[in-house]
Design a protein around this ligand. Structure first.
Ligand code: 0O2
Length: 267
């Protein structure tokens, strides 16, 4: 098939990946705006490269006419979580979405592949609107922890190096590493609440500081320089104290001052 035809055939998948990645990233953004922890840490996506599609078609003996029905990971989205239990929270949340329908699930988290690979896979049906009208297509969503992702990335590059024939002694090491990751993820789960508290604290603090700085910047345009300098030096003092309650109180007071000056609507 000509390269141009490949591109045309893969274009809807490109759109699906872009839309889903944007939607999931927006969920992370909304969580952070609320000063809350997001079970999704990072989202990435890709359309399978033409060479790896051809390789997979040859390996699975798939005819080009059956490409879309036989190869279900032409569009792929990967969600990275911090903790193993987040994988299942994310998977359940995806199951409740109205813009995609789960048509297949593979739990390689609890049932590790022989290679040592662990991840939760979903195939969802997703509709895109193309120039030729609406088109429903499958998208593979892989959900894994940071540690599982590290393992998969390393193993993937080894597979590339050894062209699928990783020597036995390397394979044994990879299985050991995967087992070590199970232990690591369980250990991290035990201190999850502590870690979340610390991270939430940082998110709340970052949001407060960002709001304060925007208000100060806007006040410079409308209030007297002396007043803004006074507020600014008060802010530095409160910031130095590292007390989130005081910082929140300061942010609320500043909000009122900015509102009084009509400074909040300034960009
Ligand atoms: P790439 O280069 O990542 O795209 P099936 O449903 O069994 O008919 P499939 O697609 O082989 O078909 O299913 P599976 O096993 O769920 O694998 C899909 C993808 O999961 C793979 O895509 C990999 O991305 C990942 N994966 C599965 N097994 C392994 C593994 O042992 N190691 C690593 N690193 N990744 C794995 P591709 O097309 O193989 O590769």
């Amino acid at each position: 098939m000509e390269i141009q035809l490949w591109r045309k055939r893969l274009a809807p998948y490109e759109l699906a990946v872009n839309e889903i990645v944007t939607k999931f990233n927006h969920l992370i953004y909304e969580r952070h705006l609320e000063g809350k922890y997001s079970p999704m840490q990072r989202v990435e996506g890709r359309v399978k490269s033409i060479s790896s599609i051809i390789e997979k078609m040859q390996m699975k003996n798939v005819n080009i006419n059956d490409l879309e029905t036989e190869i279900l990971d032409l569009a792929g989205v990967r969600i990275i979580c911090q903790f193993e239990e987040d994988i299942f929270r994310v998977k359940n949340a995806i199951g409740k979405r109205t813009d995609m329908k789960v048509i297949k699930e593979k739990d390689y988290v609890n049932i590790m592949k022989n290679s040592g690979y662990r991840s939760f896979h979903l195939i969802v049906e997703y509709e895109v609107n193309t120039v030729d009208g609406p088109k429903k297509l499958p998208v593979e969503i892989q959900i894994r922890t940071l540690a599982m992702d590290f393992w998969a990335t390393v193993e993937h590059s080894l597979n590339y190096k050894y062209r699928g024939h990783i020597p036995e002694f390397v394979q044994d090491k990879l299985i050991n590493a995967s087992n070590a990751i199970i232990v690591l993820d369980r250990e991290m789960a035990a201190v999850r609440d502590e870690i979340l508290d610390a991270q939430n604290y940082n998110i709340v603090k970052e949001n407060l500081v960002s709001d304060i700085l925007i208000n100060l910047q806007n006040l410079y345009k409308v209030a007297s320089r002396r007043e803004v300098l006074r507020i600014q030096s008060e802010f530095y003092q409160v910031f130095e104290e590292n007390d989130i309650e005081k910082l929140a109180h300061f942010a609320r007071q500043l909000d009122k001052i900015a509102e009084g000056h009509g400074a909040q609507s300034l960009s």
